[in-house]
Design a protein around this ligand. Structure first.
Ligand code: ADP
Length: 274
């Protein structure tokens, strides 16, 4: 592990306008995917975006943005985040940059995780940001509490909740919504991911899982259902899209390179609503 910044100025997120935590009840539902594509869509809308990856035990954003192996440097005001694009419109901080190899495991107890998350907030030279997107681990854990506590001084905190359509995932999301209520996070919306698969040959949709759980949950919780309504049967959801999987594996810019893909309209529309 690299050494943490020792003499950084506190308050390095003072220049942020909106903070959005991306939450999910369980792993593998596409939380890091949504965080990544939201950041890219905001960037293409002309915004300056920071991504804070506090999924300490499974940091996948560096790989999804082809930033794996990049180094974090120090300057007078703390750690300099990794700039993902040449225009420096997306800055990223992740424990993945502090590990000696991508296969290294973070085996830490809560207090050590809390210290690192606080440092990611106060010791990183974030500069002026329109949005800080915070990718969190699944569930509600020490990392969530540490992030909420560290970020709260910088303004109201929004939450974007990601689910898959199955009832079991939706049940997990109910717990996320309770967490948001108890910690004062404002739920800006629910995204239902992996909802339906469009056959690339006949364009017919198959609902691989069940359908409509996210929309129902949003209705019950009284929060917006964020992905743009697509023609039935996709109403308000991000479909399973092999081009999205490929794009993430290759660390490509899906929003720029795959505008014809089934997942593009829903993914790009989320940025217009946060
Ligand atoms: P989480 O952060 O919730 O653990 P990830 O974002 O890492 O989940 O997604 C898990 C896997 O599913 C990744 O390999 C990702 O490429 C893939 N994936 C996520 N959403 C979609 C989608 N809509 N279509 C196709 N693949 C997806």
């Amino acid at each position: 592990m690299a050494e943490a910044a020792e003499a950084a100025e506190p308050g390095n997120l003072a220049g942020v306008r909106h903070i959005l935590l991306v939450l999910s009840g369980k792993g593998g539902v596409g939380k890091s995917t949504i965080s990544t594509e939201l950041a890219l869509a905001l960037r293409h809308a002309g915004k300056k975006v920071g991504i804070l990856d506090v999924d300490l035990c499974g940091p996948s954003i560096p790989r999804m943005l082809r930033a794996q192996g990049r180094a974090v440097h120090q300057c007078d005001s703390g750690w300099v985040p990794v700039f993902v694009d040449q225009e420096q419109s997306i800055s990223l901080m992740s424990v993945g940059f502090l590990l000696e190899s991508p296969d290294e495991a973070v085996v830490w107890r809560g207090p050590k995780k809390n210290v690192l998350i606080k440092q990611f907030v106060s010791d990183v030279a974030w500069g002026q940001l329109d949005y800080l997107v915070v990718d969190t681990p699944p569930g509600t854990s020490d990392e969530h509490m540490a992030a909420v506590e560290a970020l709260r001084p910088y303004g109201p905190l929004g939450a974007l909740v990601v689910t898959t359509p199955q009832a079991v995932s939706v049940g997990d999301v109910r717990r996320e919504l309770t967490f948001c209520r108890k910690t004062g996070l404002q739920v800006v919306g629910i995204v239902e991911n992996m909802s339906g698969f469009v056959c690339p040959h006949c364009t017919e949709c198959t609902n691989v899982f069940s359908q409509g759980g996210g929309a129902e949950l949003a209705r019950l919780a009284g929060v917006p259902f964020l992905a743009r309504p697509l023609p039935s049967p996709f109403a308000g959801s991000v479909p399973l899209d092999p081009e999205l999987t490929r794009s993430l594996e290759e660390g490509r810019d899906f929003i720029r390179d795959f505008p014809q893909s089934p997942a593009f309209p829903a993914l790009s529309s989320i940025a217009q609503k946060v």
